[in-house]
Design a protein around this ligand. Structure first.
Ligand code: GLN
Length: 537
C-alpha cells in the first residue's frame, strides 16, 4: 500500500481538499484503487455541532457520520465509499486516548502526546488502509502548517513515513503564492517559509503544489525548487480555475502531477483517460442552454454552507447540457420585499436544509410563490418541511400550521418530533442520520425520475412529517411519493398538477456526482429549463 499525505501552508481555504480529491480522480483513472481520508485538528468530536459560520456544510455519509465538507469532494471526484473511518478529528483521538486511560489500558504509564496520541493517529491510518484494501491512501491534514493544534498529526505522519519506507510514502505540500499588486509580482517567500516550517518538524515534501492567481513562470518555479529542495518538475502550478472545480484534475494532469507521483511511488500504471471529464467540462463551459435557479437560504453569504447543494445543481445542469446560474436568495429579503419581486424571472427555486427560525416565513412565501406560479420547486429536508407548512396553511385551511421546531405551541404541528427524538438531550450525533431506504409510490414523478422502487438516501434532521395530518393534506392533493418501507415516515412529497414540485425529507445532494447527477436534480433542472424556454415538458 502507498500513502500520500497532503499538508497545507501559508493560509487556510487553499483548496487542499479539492487537490486531494482531484489527485484521487487521476489515480483512479490510472486504474488504481484509491481511498481518501481527512484529519481535522480541532477538538470537536465531529463538525455536527458547529455552526455553518464556523465550519460550512456538514457532509453526511452513508453510515451517518457527520463529516468535513472535503469528504464531499472525495465522493464527488472518485468512486470511493466513505465511512466514519475516513474523517478523524483531534476530538476523536483524545476521546479514545482518555477512554483508554480511564480503563487502565496504559498500565500506570504517563499518558503523553508522543507516543500515545500519535500512536492513535498512526493506528487509524493502518485501520483505514486495511478496511479499504486500496492501492493508494491519500490523507489530507486539515489546518495550516505552523498551527499548534496540527502538530501531533504532522509528528504522527512523520513517524509513519519512517515505518513504511521511502518508496511507499509521498508528501505533498499545497501552498499559496500570492500576487502582490503594487509590485506586480507573484511572491514565493511565504512558500519557502512554510516548507522550512515543515522541514523543522522533519517532513520534506516531495511535491509543492502552488495555488496562485497567475501562471508560475520558469524563474519562479526554479526559485521554489531551489529554496524548497524539490526537483524543478515537482513544483506544480495550480492556478485558480476559470470555470469549474472539475477542471482541477485536468489541470494537475497537464502539470504531470500523477506521473511524478507514480514514478516516485514505483506504481507502473497506464496514463489516466480523462475524456469523460473533458466532456463534463465542455458542458459546464459551453452548455447548449442556460437557466437561473434561486437557492433560498439563510447562509447565502457563505461560500461553503450549501456546498453539496450548489454542486448537485451544477450536476443537474450537466445532465441537461444546461448551464446553471445560481442566484443566492436571502430568505429575509423575501420577507422584506415579497416573493414576486425577488423570485420573478427565475427558472426554478430550491430550498435547502437548515435549522433555526430566522428567514422561515420568507422560505414559506417562496414555496407558496413556486406552487402558485408553476415554478419548479425542489425542497431538501427543511425545504420539505417548509413546503408542508405552506400547503397546510394555504391549501388545507390550517392557517396556524407550523413546525414544532419553530413554534412549539402551534395548534397544527404538521412537522413534529418523533417520540424517540423527544427523549434526546445530548446534541452531538443524535439526529436521524445516514442512509436509509425509501420506498417510492408507483405512478408518481419521484418514481419516474428514480426509475426504481426502493432507493437509499441520507438523512440529517430531528423533525418529521406529522402523520396525524396525512389524510387531510392528501385529500387536498398532496402526494406522498416516498415513505420508509414500513410506510411510517413520509420521505418525499409532491404535487401532481404542477410542472415540478418535489421535496424530500432526506438530502439527495450528498449523493450527486458530476458523472452521476442525482435524478431529482436532473429532473428539477430539466423542468426549470423547460419553463425558462417556455417548452412543454
Ligand atoms: N431543522 C430541521 C430538522 O431538524 C431540518 C434539518 C435539515 O434541513 N437538515 O428536522
Amino acid at each position: 500500500m502507498k500513502y500520500i499525505f497532503v499538508t497545507g501552508g501559508v493560509v487556510s481555504s487553499l483548496g487542499k481538499g479539492l487537490t486531494a480529491a482531484a489527485l484521487g480522480t487521476l489515480l483512479e483513472n490510472r486504474g488504481l484503487k484509491v481511498c481518501l481520508q481527512k484529519f481535522d485538528p480541532y477538538l470537536n468530536v465531529d463538525p455536527g455541532t458547529m455552526s455553518p459560520y464556523q465550519h460550512g456544510e456538514v457532509y453526511v455519509l452513508d453510515d451517518g457520520a457527520e463529516t468535513d465538507l472535503d469528504l464531499g469532494h472525495y465522493e464527488r471526484f472518485t468512486s470511493v465509499q466513505l465511512s466514519r473511518l475516513n474523517n478523524l478529528t483531534s476530538g476523536q483521538v483524545y476521546q479514545t486516548v482518555l477512554d483508554k486511560e480511564r480503563r487502565g489500558d496504559y498500565l500506570g504509564k504517563t499518558v503523553q502526546v508522543i507516543p500515545h496520541v500519535t500512536d492513535e493517529i498512526h493506528s487509524r491510518i493502518l485501520q483505514l488502509g486495511e478496511h479499504s484494501q486500496a492501492d493508494v491512501l491519500i490523507t489530507e491534514i486539515g489546518g495550516t502548517t505552523g498551527d499548534i493544534e496540527g502538530l501531533p498529526f504532522l509528528e504522527a505522519i512523520r513517524e509513519f513515513a519512517l515505518d513504511v519506507g521511502p518508496t511507499n510514502v509521498l508528501f505533498i505540500h499545497v501552498t499559496y503564492v500570492p500576487f502582490i499588486k503594487a509590485a506586480g509580482e507573484l511572491k514565493t517567500k511565504p512558500t519557502q517559509q512554510s516548507v522550512a516550517k515543515l522541514r523543522e518538524i522533519g517532513i520534506a515534501p516531495h511535491l509543492i503544489v502552488c495555488r496562485c492567481e497567475y501562471p508560475l513562470d520558469k524563474e519562479l518555479r526554479q526559485k521554489i525548487s531551489m529554496f524548497c529542495n524539490v526537483p524543478f518538475e515537482c513544483v506544480i502550478e495550480e492556478k485558480d480555475v476559470d470555470h469549474s472545480i472539475y477542471e482541477v484534475p485536468l489541470m494537475l494532469q497537464r502539470e504531470r502531477m500523477d506521473d511524478l507521483i507514480c514514478q516516485q511511488l514505483r506504481l507502473d500504471v497506464p496514463q489516466a483517460k480523462m475524456s469523460h471529464w473533458q466532456e463534463i467540462i465542455r458542458k459546464l463551459i459551453a452548455p447548449a442552454h442556460r437557466v437561473r435557479i434561486g437557492v433560498v437560504g439563510k447562509y447565502i453569504g457563505l461560500q461553503d454552507a450549501y456546498k453539496s447543494v450548489y454542486e448537485a445543481i451544477m450536476h443537474g445542469g450537466v445532465a441537461n447540457d444546461c448551464g446553471v446560474e445560481i442566484v443566492r436568495v436571502d430568505a429575509e429579503d423575501i420577507e422584506r420585499e415579497g416573493a414576486e419581486k425577488v423570485l420573478k424571472g427565475l427558472g426554478g427555486v430550491l430550498i435547502p436544509g437548515g435549522f433555526g427560525e430566522r428567514g422561515i416565513e420568507g422560505k414559506i412565501a417562496a414555496a407558496k410563490y413556486a406552487r402558485e406560479n408553476g415554478m419548479p420547486y425542489l425542497g431538501l429536508c427543511l425545504g420539505m418541511q417548509i413546503a408542508t407548512i405552506e400547503f397546510a396553511r394555504n391549501m388545507a385551511g390550517l392557517e396556524k400550521a407550523h413546525s414544532a421546531e419553530f413554534e412549539p405551541t402551534t395548534p397544527h404541528p404538521v412537522i413534529a418530533m418523533l417520540d424517540s427524538q423527544l427523549k434526546v438531550t445530548r446534541k452531538g450525533g443524535t439526529m436521524r442520520l445516514g442512509a436509509q431506504p425509501c420506498q417510492l409510490k408507483m405512478g408518481t414523478r419521484a418514481a419516474a425520475l428514480y426509475g426504481a422502487f426502493i432507493v437509499k438516501e441520507r438523512h440529517r434532521h430531528r423533525y418529521e412529517f406529522n402523520n396525524n395530518y396525512r389524510d387531510r393534506l392528501e385529500k387536498k392533493g398532496l402526494v406522498f411519493s416516498g415513505t420508509t418501507p414500513d410506510e411510517k415516515l413520509v420521505e418525499i412529497i409532491e404535487l401532481p398538477d404542477h410542472p415540478f414540485y418535489i421535496a424530500s425529507q432526506f438530502h439527495p445532494e450528498f449523493q450527486s456526482k458530476p458523472h452521476q447527477p442525482h435524478p431529482l436534480f436532473k429532473g428539477f433542472i430539466a423542468a426549470a429549463h423547460h419553463r425558462a424556454h417556455k417548452k412543454p415538458l
